[in-house]
Design a protein around this ligand. Sequence first.
Ligand code: C2E
Ligand code: MG
Ligand code: MG
Ligand code: MG
Length: 275
Amino acid sequence: LGKKHLRFNYEYYLPEMEEKMAWQLGVLKELRHDFSEHKLEVWYQPQICLSTREVIGCEALLRWPNEQGSFISPAIFVPLAEQSGLIIPIGQWVLEQACKTQSELLELGFDMRIAVNVSVPQFRDPQFVTKVKETLAKYNITPHKIELEVTESIVMDEPEIVIEALTELKEHGLEIAIDDFGTGFSSLSYLKKLPLNRIKIDRAFVKDIPEDTGAIAELIVSLGKKLGLNTIAEGIENEDQANCLRLMGCEEAQGFMFAKPMPFKELQEFLLSKK
Ligand code: C2E
Ligand code: MG
Ligand code: MG
Ligand code: MG
């Protein structure tokens, strides 16, 4: 039945696939090398309270510098690190950095939540929950000052192990947020199953405000309220968007309008300038 079809696909796709795979392997090799040489960085993007404009937390974001003095986008290298399992040690390292930063900021008088992105393969590691708890203990972190961000796809891929691990971590006191909400291909039913504190409204539903009415963002905010969840809007770039989201009842926001992701030193200066 499928022979002709298969052969067609095979002949048609092979050269392109081979090229792509070779390129991916090259990137991955460099990533592994640079990670082992401590060349990766964690930057922080402030999160603010929409009604007071106070900084209430920040999101930890990976940065991989290249030789040209710029950065390779996490959108490119994170999926490769996920496919190869390299995201397990990298993700653990990001969590350590976030804990270190949380305790250093606390010493400076800034008590804020730090959000860390977590990928599916990290949940497949049977040691994941233990490692997270041990890392927080090592840096003497109050668990609710660390938030784990998971995407909708994470739940579709591994519902049981993810829900079990997140439940245990939330019971331990960590905060849990669902990232890029509304962009995945999943149903709403998992919202009831997942132990959540917060919904992150994807930038897609914010970026065209005020031309766009923001109806979907508004729907997500009211859904959050009904479920007793806090909402945070991603990708706020102007005052119209900030105002609109605040009027909808969205509590928190993150975006270039308030601050771009920045290294720890700059974050310190940023926070001091706001004091
Ligand atoms: P994300 O978790 O949804 O992170 C938010 C992304 O939106 C960041 O992109 C941030 O720089 C960008 N952003 C924030 N405000 C604005 C804005 O106002 N306008 C626009 N246009 N963009 C804004 P970034 O840093 O390139 O990260 C991309 C993605 O890579 C992240 O999306 C996350 O999925 C992944 N990622 C980054 N760091 C990590 C990590 O440590 N672990 C894992 N597993 N994934 C990570
Ligand atoms: Mg995120
Ligand atoms: Mg996001
Ligand atoms: Mg996003």
